[in-house]
Ligand binder design. Structure first.
Ligand SMILES: Nc1ncnc2c1ncn2[C@@H]1O[C@H](COP(=O)(O)OP(=O)(O)O)[C@@H](O)[C@H]1O
Ligand SMILES: [Mg+2]
Length: 363
């Protein structure tokens, strides 16, 4: 998949901006606070229907404007046009000329994998943030998964409010448990498969990028053992937890508490890894995500590297570039064009105060 054209209207500090991108490496240069990350963020929005760096969509609208309009043309042999308009009442999603009602229909039309310096928070954030990563990445390849998570969350809310009542109706709780188990089956199996598939490639990518012998893997932290029939196990857990749930007045166990632990030589990475090793783990994880997406969609995602090269020594930069160079398209931001990319004949752009112009490559 490649993004061949991007058009922004009243998005962040862009009043009006259009750019053509090329297959292969595209580098966006410019001093700080000019709009490089904003441009990357607009592509994340077209991929996930929301920004990676804030919850409130309205902040994406340029100060003083009524709406933001982001659109792109992408190409995987067939041209598709994606468009998202953010306004005070919400957002509209369009695929070619068609309005889409559900975000789950839009997600997956353009897949990107973002590499950002903020990714390091993966190791200290609350479990909720790591669940968000799982949900987001699995969601890129399965809209059934997105719908299961959303239904589960609704049931969970219903169950928790029922548990808050003075004497919750046991039959109603049974019904909710049964419905939750259905969604949990989907969620647990997809998350388990996701982590297994990431683990198949993660150690090798880490060794390649870091040239270290350390063994990296992710451990899935969940409440089931997967050692017996999943449906039976879930039914038993829900039954056993009933008393505790009634006492605490909320659902004490479930996929809403799942987590992932990143391990280096079987020890928790936040406990033992250096800053550099954490950085390499994140990069390897992101490359593994790209493999996962390709495996399930048959399509390579667009790689977005926002300001990550400057944090690596030149050998590691070289190895990362050697890897991302193989992707159909990679969009890299940096304050200046890194020397080692010059030889790869990238398309080069400069961003200044919300304006973009191409300064190198085929003009
Ligand atoms: N909603 C908005 N309206 C106008 N300007 C914005 C908005 N949101 C962010 N900005 C501006 O965007 C700039 C930051 O852009 P960013 O892409 O993060 O910079 P960088 O080039 O360093 O990556 C800042 O000057 C900020 O004030
Ligand atoms: Mg930036």
């Amino acid at each position: 998949m490649i993004v061949s054209h991007l058009k922004l209207r009243n998005f962040r500090n862009y009043e009006s901006c259009e750019a053509d991108f090329r297959p292969g490496i595209n580098v966006i240069t410019g001093p700080n606070a000019q709009g490089k990350t904003n441009l990357i963020e607009s592509l994340v929005c077209l991929s996930l229907t929301k920004s990676h760096r804030l919850r409130n969509d309205l902040k994406l609208i340029r100060d003083g404007s009524e709406y933001a309009d982001i659109s792109c043309v992408c190409n995987n042999g067939r041209r598709k046009r994606l468009r998202m308009v953010i306004h005070r009442e919400g957002k509209s999603l369009m695929y070619d000329k068609q309005m889409l009602k559900r975000t789950s229909e839009f997600i997956g039309l353009l897949n990107v994998v973002l590499f950002s310096p903020d990714d390091l928070t993966l190791f200290n954030d609350a479990p909720k943030d790591r669940r968000k990563v799982m949900d987001q990445e699995i969601g890129k390849v399965s809209s059934a998964y997105i719908r299961a998570v959303s239904r589960y969350q609704n049931r969970l809310k219903e169950k928790n409010s029922l548990l808050k009542q003075p004497s919750p109706d046991a039959t109603l709780l049974d019904v909710l448990d049964e419905k939750m188990i259905e969604e949990e089956m989907i969620i647990l199996q997809e998350r388990k498969r996701f982590i297994e598939e990431i683990n198949e490639v993660l150690p090798g990518i880490y060794r390649e990028l870091s040239q270290e012998e350390n063994s990296i893997r992710i451990r899935y932290e969940t409440f089931v053992s997967f050692e017996e029939d999943l449906k039976e196990e879930l039914a038993r857990i829900h039954r056993t937890n009933r008393e505790k749930d009634m006492e605490y007045r909320f659902s004490t166990e479930g996929v809403h508490r799942d987590d992932m632990t990143f391990l280096m030589n079987e020890q928790s990475i936040p406990d033992i890894a250096s800053q550099g090793q954490k950085r390499m783990t994140v990069l390897a994880f992101k490359m593994a995500l790209s493999d996962y997406i390709r495996k399930h969609t048959g399509e390579e995602p667009v790689l977005l590297l926002d300001d990550v090269l400057s944090e690596l020594d030149s050998d590691r930069q070289k190895r990362l570039i050697a890897r991302v160079q193989k992707a159909p398209q990679c969009i890299i931001t940096a304050t200046e064009l890194p020397d080692m990319i010059k030889d790869l004949h990238p398309a080069v752009y400069e961003v200044r105060q919300g304006r973009i112009r191409q300064t190198g490559g085929h003009l």
